[in-house]
Write a protein that binds this ligand. Structure first.
Ligand code: ADP
Ligand code: ADP
Length: 231
């Protein structure tokens, strides 16, 4: 079953610019899908519409069995990881991970258990008492991913999460994120990932399928091997 379905999705910005031209795409339950393409091809617009951060001008967006066009971000069962980390500077790592869960009214014991599980998966256990400014770029980005994991979302959205990191860290985070996806799948909590990048290496090494965008339309959707053979 498709976890996410984009049916003739369009975006027209208030200034009249048509950024997305009726795209159709099914993303399977538990699949790791990468959107790739040059700057301005509408990767981020599409992701933001899925997240509910940008209104949908036309078409239908399905998450699971629901049409979610008019649902608020919080009601969509998604979590998003941004490129600029968006950590709370005045909170320790532990509280950065716990904050959203506490707000959602989860019991303290459950919050603690989820934070510790995420910390273990992302090797953040020794960093829980640090403040964001005491972290390296890679550590901060792991906390940002942790903040998404603790919500146990069915859908993870990543918007160029590695573009502020140096090449070496980028390479190790690529592996970490794909391994995390496999680990969650093995544990029986598969999560569907939509990952946006302009970096072709990232797309080819991380995606189970890759959706190539060009000027707000889909050029090709295929596995990395198929794309490699028929670029
Ligand atoms: P990408 O993420 O692939 O770099 P974007 O989704 O940011 O692309 O942008 C797609 C197109 O929409 C670009 O031409 C961009 O200039 C335009 N765009 C983005 N945001 C707005 C906006 N708020 N108003 C008008 N045009 C926009
Ligand atoms: P609150 O922020 O609501 O006052 P507490 O600070 O009392 O919550 O912590 C609640 C739980 O979270 C405790 O059981 C504690 O084990 C755990 N906890 C809090 N801070 C940390 C931390 N830095 N590292 C590991 N566990 C922590």
């Amino acid at each position: 079953m498709a976890q996410l379905s984009l049916k003739k999705i369009e975006k027209i910005y208030p200034n009249g610019f048509k950024a997305v031209h009726g795209i159709d795409l099914d993303i399977r339950d538990g699949e790791f899908m990468v959107f790739v393409g040059p700057s301005g091809c509408a990767k981020s617009t599409v992701l933001r519409m899925i997240a509910g951060l940008e209104t949908i001008s036309g078409g239908e967006l399905h998450i699971g069995r629901k049409v979610v066009n008019n649902l608020a971000p919080k009601q969509r069962g998604i979590a998003m990881v941004f490129q600029n980390y968006a950590l709370y500077p005045h909170m320790k790592v532990y509280d950065n991970l716990a904050f959203g869960l506490k707000l959602s009214g989860l019991k303290k014991g459950e919050v603690d258990a989820r934070v510790k599980e995420a910390a273990r998966l992302l090797e953040l256990e020794k960093l829980l008492d640090r403040y964001p400014k005491q972290l390296t770029g890679g550590q901060a980005q792991r906390v940002a991913v942790g903040r998404a994991i603790v919500k146990k979302p069915e859908v993870f959205l990543f918007d160029e999460p590695l573009s502020n990191l140096d090449a070496k860290l980028r390479a190790s985070m690529r592996v970490r994120i794909t391994e995390l996806h496999s680990t969650l799948r093995e544990k029986g909590h598969p999560s569907t990932v939509v990952y946006v990048t302009h970096d072709q290496t990232e797309a080819m090494t991380m995606g189970e399928r890759i959706c190539v965008l060009k000027e707000g339309t889909i050029q090709q959707v295929d596995s990395p091997t198929a794309l490699y053979e028929r670029p």
